[in-house]
Design a protein around this ligand. Structure first.
Ligand SMILES: [Zn+2]
Length: 382
């Protein structure tokens, strides 16, 4: 936690503690508002900046202050609260996969890795291009833990006072970092079309020749009408310079149009994700939205194939270390003991990411050899 001791030019008489999460203020208010089962469920979402003490910061991934979204709910029953926890995990997963084109692995965190106040924490883990894992979102089932600490009680349908069941969940600007690191290459960003601020950049070639700029603007208007986020780059720079700049910014599609293209009734399209170049007839410009959506799908698919190729299975501590050294996630049978997790951390510098639902009866813990209880992904993480 960050503790403010000095502010407004003087040392504070009372230290100010900046909390990293809001359960305390939220639950304080919920306890006041909540009276009857008719008040339930309560759901609040807030966008706010949080401060977390980080000794080593990394742009977008670990910063002392960051913007996030945090949701807090209270429910009448355990079942409803558990359902909400899963539902939000699913919402985050859909967003990561369908909008950011990042395939994620979702699952429950181990006792060691869960949020301290939670009964259960679920996480979604994304593999970055270097094979390290990034925790990209979490959803917590809090049970009655906070309800008991904050006296969050309600009159039930049966007329007795009961503690509510709560959840909390969040994602942050870290997802921007995830998008950059999951798709970039040595030329710069590669943005999925769904979230790219500019989806198509039109670059006139030999713009001084008659009719070129006009044609570029005409296509731009046509695409705008189709709902495409598009721009014509009319700046006084060489086309090559512009190509590089827009590549660096990750624009999914580049359209080049010059006098000869116009003569031939076509333009050149270059995809940012796979550098593929194609000629498009000017009468087929209306097919561009379709092309953008197939780029979106292919980016997710490519990431999924790359990720799956780097999920290894091991039944030894050495295997876990080697797997992580080579930039993989390693799936491991585990006895459920913290001691074994600590050993992996010490020996392979890897942490448990999430547990799977896969059965592992009759199998042995890769670390201690005792009967296994769970299959877990281990990886180095940001
Ligand atoms: Zn073990």
């Amino acid at each position: 936690m960050a503790v403010v001791t000095y502010a407004g030019g003087q040392e504070l008489q009372e230290k100010l503690i900046v909390r990293p999460t809001s359960e305390t203020i939220i639950c304080n208010m919920y306890a006041k508002w909540l009276q009857s089962y008719r008040d339930l469920p309560i759901m609040m979402n807030q966008w706010c900046n949080v401060v977390r003490w980080e000794k080593t910061t990394r742009p977008f991934l670990r910063t002392s202050e960051f913007l996030w979204q945090e949701g807090h709910t209270v429910h009448e029953t355990e079942e409803e609260a558990r359902e909400m926890t899963q539902k939000m995990l699913e919402v985050y997963k859909e967003f990561a996969e369908n909008c950011l084109a990042i395939p994620v692995i979702c699952g429950r965190k181990t006792e060691k890795e869960k949020f301290a106040g939670a009964v259960e924490t679920y996480g979604m883990e994304a593999m970055m291009l270097d094979g390290k894992s990034l925790q990209a979102g979490t959803s917590h089932y809090l049970g009655q833990n906070f309800a008991k600490s904050f006296d969050m009680k309600f009159l039930s349908r049966e007329g007795v006072l009961k503690y509510g069941y709560s959840t909390s969940w969040g994602v942050s600007t870290r997802l921007i970092g995830a998008t950059i690191m999951a798709h970039g290459d040595e030329r710069g960003l590669i943005l999925p079309p769904v979230v790219a601020p500019v989806q198509v950049i039109i670059i006139p070639v030999a713009a001084h020749k008659e009719g070129v700029t006009e044609k570029a603007r005409e296509i731009c208007e046509q695409l705008k009408k189709l709902g495409v986020r598009v721009k014509v780059d009319e700046r006084d720079m060489s086309p090559g310079w512009k190509f590089n700049e827009w590549e660096m910014k990750g624009v999914p599609l580049r359209m080049e149009i010059g006098p000869r293209d116009i003569e031939n009734g076509q333009c050149v399209l270059v995809r940012r994700d796979n550098h593929e170049k194609q000629f498009l007839s000017l009468s087929s410009v209306c097919s561009i939205p379709e092309l953008l959506s197939s780029i979106q799908k292919e980016m997710l698919e490519t990431s999924r194939v790359n990720r799956d190729a780097r999920i290894k299975v091991s039944d030894t501590l050495d295997g876990i270390k080697q797997g992580c050294d080579e930039g993989n996630f390693v799936k491991v049978c585990w006895c459920g003991e913290r001691e074994c997790e600590d050993k992996v951390k010490e020996y392979a510098q890897a942490t448990s990411r999430v547990m799977t639902d896969e059965p592992c009866e009759h199998e042995k813990c890769a670390i201690c050899g005792k009967p296994a209880k769970k299959k877990v992904y281990f990886a180095r993480a940001y």
